[in-house]
Structure formats: C-alpha cells, structure tokens
Write a protein that binds this ligand. Structure first.
Ligand SMILES: Cc1cc2nc3c(=O)[nH]c(=O)nc-3n(C[C@H](O)[C@H](O)[C@H](O)COP(=O)(O)OP(=O)(O)OC[C@H]3O[C@@H](n4cnc5c(N)ncnc54)[C@H](O)[C@@H]3O)c2cc1C
Length: 409
C-alpha cells in the first residue's frame, strides 16, 4: 500500500473520542512536525522538560516556503485592547534575549517600532494598547507630527494625528533564528529529521504513528506545527479554520546619501492606513528598504504556486512609498518575496488537542503575527502538553463552534 492510500485509510478510520489527556511521563517520546517559529521553540521547550523529542521538517528550519522563512520579523507589544498577546510578546522578548546567549548570534535588534496614527482610521487601536503597555510597564513615547517631522525628516507626516514610538519593540532575524533554535535543540540532545511527516492511523482515540518518506515513526504524542500546511494535513478539521493568504514583500534600493540616515535613525514602522496597513523596515541587514501590506492577500497554495510578486501590488507599494517617504519616490526594487499568512477568522492562534486523538496537539494559525511569539508560545505549548497548565480559551478549537453558529460579519 502506498503512503497516500495509507493516509486515506487513516482518515476514514477517524472516530470521535473523549478528550483524554495524554498523561505523559518524562520517558515519553514526542514528535514535533514543523521547525518554524512554532514547532522549533515547542521542540526545544519539550526537550528542556525532559521528554525525548524528535523534530521533523520537510524542507528544513526557516526554509524559503515557510512563513518563518523571511529575513526579518517585527516584535511589537502594541496589540489593541486586551493583554493576551501583549503579555505573550513581552514574555517572548525576555526569552529571545535570555536564549540569544546560547543561540550563537544576535537575533533580536532593539530598534523600537514607530506607529503612525491617523484618527480617521486608527479606531483607537494604538491608544487602547497604551493603557495595556502602561499596566505592564512597557515604555513608549508619544510624538506630535511636528516633533516626528523634525526627528525623522524623510517622513511625510501632514496627514497624521500623532505617532507612538514603542521603545521595547525591535526586529528579529527570522529564518536565521529558526536555524539557530534547531541547532540549539540538537546541541541539547534533541533529534532532528528532515522528512515529510503525515499522520498515520488514528484508533482508540490516539494517533499510532507518523508516515515518513520511507518509514513509520512512533511516538507517545505528536505535535503538528506545520504553519500554512495545517489545512492540507487536516482538511476536515482545519480546512475552514485556517485560510492561507498570499503576502508580498518588497525591498527597495536606498540612494547612497540616505543609507545611514535611514539605517541609524528610523526604526521599523507601522501605518494603520485603512485597508492596507503598510509596515516596513528601513535598510535592515543591508537588504534595502522593506515594505509590505498587512492586509490579507488572495488565497494561496504554499506548495504549488510560484512566488512571483504581482505588478498591482508593486505599484501600490511604490505609490505608498512615494507618499510616505517622498525622498524614496524613484528608488529601484532590488528584491521581492511572496510568503503566506495562515489566517484564522479571529486572528487568534490554534493550540489544542485533536478532537479525535488526545495524543495529537495542533499548533498554528499564526495569522500574520506569530513569529515574535515563538518562544512564549512554545513554552506554553510544552506546559500544556506535559499536563502542567491549560491553554487560553482564545486558542481552543471550540471557539470555532461559535463562528459556525454565528459567522463573524
Ligand atoms: C510576509 C510576512 C510577514 C510577517 N511579519 C511578521 C512580523 O513582523 N512579526 C511576527 O510576529 N510575525 C510575522 N509574520 C507571521 C509569522 O511569520 C508566522 O506567524 C510564523 O512564522 C508562523 O510560524 P509556523 O511555525 O506556524 O509556520 P512555518 O514557519 O510555516 O513553519 C511550518 C514548518 O512546517 C514544515 N512542514 C509543513 N508540512 C510538513 C510535513 N508534512 N512534514 C514535515 N514538515 C512539514 C514546513 O517545512 C515549515 O518549516 C509574518 C508572516 C509573513 C508571511
């Protein structure tokens, strides 16, 4: 029987079961599929709890197709009302810094992040966040457009009602971080295998094994942290809960006279401009001036589609750049990337047990903001899998029942 028919057979054999906790001892073997931000950190934390951990990834940590495979990712704590993600980001920041010492290189750069606010479309998002930042003692500075215009002369500010410099924010070297985390995992005794891994047969409420390219791999528990491939691997369960969207990223060349003024003085920035919400990184890591729209792109197949940016999106990015940074009006495009978000309808992550297999944990739905949270999310997942703590309701699969009854407008 070939792997595909085994998988079909496995899927046909799924039976609903009670949600039995796995009751793992530290002698247990846990297999984590995926070595992106979520799977890599979860593997490391499970290992540090004393489990035997095998991490499997098809194309390798931080690979070009993965959501974690970009050059840079922003770590911000501004998250609007509510403090779940602000706390998670703040905890992650501690963990990035703490672990950086053993991760062989600097991965977090404490640049700050600059929020552009226009009252007519911000909807109070940043203002609400500031109360949360105050409560958690995360420092920031308010700037008037005039002050910002003086401090950042390249910035067009006349349409803005204010700016906020989030001081604790910064950026991470994303794909390099994934590689470093996997190296650390191996150095601390974990096993890394490069292979495709798919779920085998589920029986009596448990997954029996994984199907690797040439063999079956057995563990006591399994974590699937496969980013945008989660709906493909669990189509019935996640097909309508994680929607994968195409996101285009542009790097523009910097005029020679401006390189150092941008690099040294302008932090990564976010512009809450109605539908697009552009954000960018000025000349970080010598890649040029990165800009991208946070608005969700078209539905995307992460395995089969070419990753060539579209003329439309490039034109929009150029127009935005010319408006917000007029001195960059005629700069050339030097590099571009197509990556993907794994969006849940409410942009909350998924961290829960498979409803038919209590020894399977599902971790995903990064929704365009997951990278920064890798360390804290991995810590939380490892504690939940070990049975030490529960996960926030926001991450549960049950929350989707509500949407099924009452679709969000
Ligand atoms: C353009 C862009 C900009 C972003 N900006 C930010 C940002 O500024 N800040 C932020 O915090 N977040 C940001 N994000 C979101 C963040 O990058 C993602 O939420 C995060 O990387 C998701 O990580 P992951 O581990 O879930 O998925 P991935 O990184 O995609 O990892 C999944 C892994 O699973 C492996 N895999 C899949 N299927 C299998 C299989 N069957 N067998 C074995 N291995 C398999 C893949 O090879 C891959 O390595 C951005 C995302 C994009 C696309």
């Amino acid at each position: 029987m070939n792997a595909k028919s085994e998988i079909t057979k496995a899927r046909n054999q799924h039976k609903p079961v009670a949600n039995i906790p796995p009751g793992l001892t530290t002698k247990a073997t846990i297999v984590v599929v995926g070595a992106g931000a979520f799977g890599g950190w979860t593997s490391l934390w499970l290992l540090r709890k004393g489990f035997k951990v095998i991490n499997v990834d098809l194309w390798g940590p931080g690979n070009a197709s993965s959501s974690s495979g970009g050059e840079t990712r922003l770590l911000r704590c501004v998250y609007g009302i509510g403090n779940l993600y602000t706390r998670l980001a703040a905890r992650s920041l501690e963990l990035w810094l703490e672990n950086e010492k053993s991760l062989d290189k600097q991965l977090f750069f404490p640049s700050g992040a600059l929020w552009f606010i226009n009252d007519s479309y911000d909807g109070g998002f940043v203002e609400a966040s500031l109360q949360v930042l105050d409560a958690l003692k995360l420092s920031y500075e308010r700037l008037t457009p005039t002050e910002a215009g003086k401090r950042y002369p390249a910035l067009h500010v006349s349409d803005l009602s204010g700016l906020v410099l989030e001081k604790k924010a910064g950026y991470l070297l994303a794909r390099e971080a994934c590689i470093s985390v996997t190296k650390r995992f191996i150095a601390e005794g974990g096993t890394y295998v490069q292979s495709e891994a798919l779920p085998g047969v589920i029986s009596n409420g448990r997954l029996n094994n994984l199907l690797l390219k040439n063999e079956k791999l057995e563990g006591d528990a399994y974590v699937f942290a496969c980013g945008p491939w989660m709906p493909e691997i669990f189509p019935e369960l996640l097909g309508n809960k994680i929607i994968v969207s195409r996101q285009e990223v542009f790097y523009f060349g910097m005029p020679s006279g401006l390189v150092s003024s941008f690099e040294d003085h302008l932090p990564p920035w976010l512009d809450l401009d109605r539908e697009h919400m552009y954000y960018g990184f000025p000349q970080t890591q010598n890649r040029g001036f990165k800009i991208a729209a946070h608005g969700k792109g078209k539905i995307f197949d992460p395995t089969c589609e070419d990753r060539i940016v579209s003329g439309d999106e490039l034109e929009k990015a150029r127009n935005y750049l010319a408006f917000r940074f007029p001195v960059l009006k005629h700069v050339p495009l030097v590099e571009s990337r197509v990556c993907q978000y794994s969006n849940t309808p409410d942009e909350h992550f998924i961290m829960d047990q498979h409803p038919e297999a209590a020894n399977v944990w599902l971790l995903g739905g990064g929704s365009g903001h997951g990278f920064k949270h890798g360390p804290a999310l991995g810590e939380l997942a490892a504690a939940a899998i070990a049975g030490e703590s529960s996960v926030p309701d926001e991450f549960s699969l049950k929350r989707f029942d509500l949407y099924n009854r009452q679709p969000p407008v």
